[in-house]
Design a protein around this ligand. Structure first.
Ligand SMILES: Nc1nc2c(ncn2[C@@H]2O[C@H](COP(=O)(O)OP(=O)(O)OP(=O)(O)O)[C@@H](O)[C@H]2O)c(=O)[nH]1
Length: 242
């Protein structure tokens, strides 16, 4: 029979083999076409998705990262921007959320104005200032100084972010800064704040790392992208294997 010493030592080696990490649910919301799918794909897979269709319901993507020696998993919920593809599932989206990314398109002022409704939807679903919120102006590669009056200025976005206690980023899911710097309008573009998609991952990770153990999260056994049907998922312990 195995002695208690041997038993505890084998338990120790098993637990060292299984690396446990905290999983955080990060909701990605914003008007249709602002680039939520491309952005979450870039955040998780590191590349721009060239062929993309409107999201129906929600797509899930995951990204594991290490923050100050701790492994954490971001579970990104890329939600449909089109009302007709989301209305029956809204309550699912807002359950047990740990952080929210509000996305707009810097070349589409209507998508920026639309943010007010997204903030209100969060409020109605009991998501307030207590959870980390990030404002992301996407498609910065399309900024054109000659059309500044038809684009969302960074000053406006910054004041919106400040008012709603959000951390502001302006980025491109398509082009990295390196590629943009080589572009035709590189001199004019440098007038804008441009963040790497990785900066967003780090900021979200750092904000969540500071939080205590997450309450509960809808854990997924699948890593990648898929659609869910309109049904409740079972709750599981948020501490899962990475
Ligand atoms: N130039 C440029 N195009 C982008 C960028 N991000 C997304 N796009 C394009 O914008 C369009 C919409 O992108 P999606 O990621 O499907 O937008 P979405 O917000 O997920 O849309 P819904 O699923 O309808 O909510 C696509 O044609 C993308 O190729 C970007 O950073 N730069």
């Amino acid at each position: 029979m195995e002695s208690s010493l041997e038993f505890s030592s084998s338990l120790g080696s098993i637990s060292s083999l299984i690396s446990r990490c905290r999983t955080f649910k990060v909701l990605v919301i914003g008007d249709s076409g602002v680039g939520k799918t491309c952005l979450t794909h870039r955040l998780c897979a590191g590349e721009f998705l060239s062929k993309v269709e409107a999201t129906i319901g929600v797509d899930f993507r995951e990204r594991v990262l290490e923050v100050e020696g701790e492994k954490i998993k971001l579970q990104l919920w890329d939600t449909a921007g089109q009302e007709r593809f989301r209305k029956s599932m809204v309550q699912q989206y807002y359950r047990n959320v740990h952080a929210v990314l509000f996305v707009y398109d810097v070349t589409c002022p209507a998508s920026f104005r639309g943010l007010t409704a997204w903030v209100e939807e969060c409020r109605q679903n009991s998501l307030g200032h207590e959870i980390p919120r990030f404002l992301i102006g996407n498609k910065s590669d399309l900024r054109d100084a000659s059309k500044a009056d038809r684009q969302v200025s960074q000053e406006l976005a910054l004041s919106f972010a400040k008012f709603h206690s959000m951390v502001f980023f302006e980025t491109s899911a398509k082009n990295s800064l390196h590629k943009m710097a080589k572009g035709r309008h590189s001199t004019r573009e440098t007038a804008y704040q441009r963040d790497e998609v990785e900066d967003i991952v780090s900021a979200v990770g750092a904000a969540l790392k500071r939080r205590k153990r997450p309450s509960t999260v809808t854990s997924l056994t699948y890593s990648g992208s898929f659609k869910i049907l309109n049904r409740r998922r079972p709750e599981k312990d948020p501490w899962t294997c990475c």
